[in-house]
Design a protein around this ligand. Structure first.
Ligand code: PEP
Ligand code: MN
Length: 338
């Protein structure tokens, strides 16, 4: 059983809740997040204990433990949740959110110019990597703090909230200073110490599926973040490794309806990394919206041939602009808006 406290539960209320758990002959493990405390009740809990605990001051919800993931389970909320990223809310509302920008922040001018382009076309959140997880240590590793500063400047100029990848927990304070949402990349999906750290952040976290991870693995990783008290988690399908070598990865669109039936968390699809070939990114973006994605993450670069990372899969501004009305049409066909 898991007890979620209200965001402003007092220390005295917490002490009373823990005392009551102990009176029942059970033990409590307490996780303090930035906005609330999650108490895991250890020991075999009878259902009769649930109601008295749920009625205690300071308790928001008591969740029985049935699935291996609990806080991520659909039943936990009994509905879908929305995650605020700056002034944008991403979730299972009518609106499908478009997150866009370059793979890497390369300069102040580059990020600002791409931010303006994607915003004009219909994107509402800006992406850009400042710390890049590259296969080769000799490849461009990102601009680090300069990149974060350029992203924040682009936010000031365009009003778009920004999302950027965190690779190392030691960078959390500096990223928190500039960004509106943390991205945990595919390669770090099971970096459990990083997951725990971002779980203590006040910023929302978009967790990307590892390319060899199952849907269940992804949900268990999300649970690590939620358990620390950070309830603002988004899941992102970004392609998995299969025997198929014609594309960079295989975008697993099965994951979208399956995740939406298992979890209340918003589901994002990244068709750019999923197929890795510019010419096919628009089709897979349309397919992702048809499958029920709550948001899309799409890389755009104004000169892809000069991009410092992932140029071969970045859309040009023209292709991006041309795709948006088609995305709107598909969204409308499945009862949503863009
Ligand atoms: C990215 O979004 O640029 C990225 C590196 O993604 P992934 O972790 O999915 O490879
Ligand atoms: Mn990329």
């Amino acid at each position: 059983m898991i007890i979620i406290t209200q965001p402003h539960a007092t220390e005295t209320q917490l002490e009373h809740i823990i005392a009551r758990i102990r009176e029942f002959g059970l033990d409590a493990q307490v996780n303090r997040g930035a906005s609330r405390v999650i108490i895991q009740v250890l020991g075999s809990v009878e259902l009769a204990r649930e109601k008295p605990l749920a009625a205690m001051p300071g308790v928001e919800a008591v969740v029985p433990v049935l699935k291996p993931y609990k806080l991520a389970a659909y039943e936990f909320r009994g509905g879908a949740s929305s995650v605020p990223i700056g002034n944008v809310s991403v979730g299972r509302t009518e609106r499908v959110t478009v997150i866009s920008g370059p793979c890497s922040v390369e300069s102040e001018e580059q990020i600002l110019s791409i931010a303006r382009t994607v915003k004009k076309a219909g994107a509402s959140i800006l992406r850009g990597g400042a710390f890049k997880p590259r296969t080769s240590p000799y490849s461009f590793q990102g601009l680090g703090e300069d990149g974060l500063r350029f992203l924040a400047q682009a936010r000031e100029r365009t009003g778009m909230p920004v999302i950027t990848e965190i690779m190392d927990a030691r960078d959390l304070p500096i990223i928190e200073k500039y960004a509106d949402c943390l991205q945990v990349g595919a390669r770090n999906m099971q970096n459990f110490s990083l997951l725990k750290e971002v779980g203590r952040s006040r910023l929302p976290v978009m967790l990307k599926r590892g390319f060899s991870a199952t849907i269940n693995d992804l949900l268990m990783s999300a649970e690590y973040i939620l358990k620390e008290g950070n309830m603002n988690v988004l899941l992102c399908e970004r392609g998995i490794r299969t025997f198929e070598s014609a594309a960079r990865y295989t975008l697993d669109l099965n994951a979208v309806p399956i995740l939406k039936s298992r979890t209340h968390l918003p589901v994002v699809v990244d068709p750019t990394h999923g197929i890795g070939l510019r010419e096919f990114v628009p089709q897979m973006s349309l397919a992702a919206v048809a499958a029920g994605a709550d948001a899309l993450m799409i890389e755009v670069h104004d000169s892809p041939e000069l991009a410092k990372s992932d140029g071969e899969q970045a859309l040009t501004p023209d292709i991006f602009e041309e795709m948006i009305p088609r995305l709107r049409a598909v969204a409308a066909a499945v009862g949503r808006q863009l």
